[in-house]
Ligand binder design. Structure first.
Ligand code: NDP
Length: 254
């Protein structure tokens, strides 16, 4: 078994996950960064992060990925469940298949990885599961219903899991970022227009989109490194908080 603590970060090909994987490696963890776009992780590989492809909607991909880490290191200490996204639009307009896809990535993929990581963590009698939720897991806005539904679900799942795992010495931490500058903002914004074009609430959604474009909502956001540093704190603090709100708007949650 490796003497160095081992971390796995999902969604490491961009944004919060990419910076987090780099920061965990700097903090001394043997770090694995995974995502579907392996080509986008070559920079991370250069900074000592081990990278490979994982799709959190593909069971075999998750089973093989976790097994590979256990085979190579004999342990898994920190799981950062970061992969996630949101596409916006009126509930009346968003196709149910798209809503299901958000749940597949943001909830079911995350929960499956927890299942796969737990046997090693229980054997070690220690471990940290760090779930990246959002301020959107605590409050809500119009046209964001499905994203909020996934993140509210994540908050409940994580809180229940924390109680379930406490007897095994495994800690569950929730990180709740406000708006952060990543690719996701563009996807969410463009997704809003895409789904709402010609939809039942077009006039209203176009108004919200224009507000986003002006940056009035704070979508311009915070640097992802601010979140990455909190995640490292959640991974390393002897007694981590159960929640880390971080970024604009997050203070109002405390
Ligand atoms: P990015 O779009 O920059 O990164 C999302 C990451 O998730 C990518 O690396 C992507 O990799 C990965 N991902 C998406 N779908 C899958 C999948 N099916 N399998 C594996 N990986 C997947 O977004 P952020 O960094 O902003 O988002 C990271 C997390 O932070 C998300 O959970 C998001 O909800 C949360 N968050 C973000 C906020 C923000 O303002 N940016 C605010 C609050 C929370 P690839 O496509 O290569 O698979």
């Amino acid at each position: 078994m490796s003497d160095t603590r081992v971390a796995l970060v999902t969604g490491a090909s961009s944004g919060i996950g990419e910076v987090t994987a780099r920061r965990l490696a700097e903090a001394g963890f043997t770090t694995y960064g995974v995502a579907r776009r392996v080509d986008r992780m070559s920079g991370l590989a250069d900074s000592g992060v081990q990278t490979f492809a994982m799709d959190v909607t593909d069971d075999a991909s998750m089973v093989d990925g976790v097994q590979r880490i256990i085979d190579e290191q004999g342990r898994l200490d920190v799981l950062v469940n970061n992969a996630g996204y949101g596409s916006y639009g009126a509930v009346e307009d968003v196709p149910i298949d798209e809503a299901r896809r958000q749940f597949e990535v943001n909830i079911f993929g995350l929960a499956r990885l927890v299942q796969l990581a737990l046997p090693a963590m229980r054997k070690q009698q220690s471990g940290r599961i760090i779930n990246i939720s959002s301020v959107g897991g605590k409050f809500y806005e119009p046209l964001g219903a499905w994203y909020h539904a996934t993140k509210f679900a994540l908050e409940g799942l994580s809180d229940s899991l924390r109680l379930e795992l406490a007897p095994f010495g495994i800690k569950v931490v929730i990180v709740e970022p406000g708006p952060i500058i990543t690719e996701w903002n563009t996807i969410a914004r463009d997704g809003l227009v895409e789904i709402s074009r010609g939809g039942a609430y077009e006039e209203r959604s176009q108004r919200i989109y224009k507000t986003m474009e002006r940056g009035d909502t704070g979508w311009a956001g915070t640097d992802p490194d601010v979140v990455a540093k909190k995640i490292v704190k959640a991974a390393t603090a002897r007694h981590p908080a159960i929640r880390y709100p971080v970024g604009k708007g997050a203070g109002s949650l405390v």
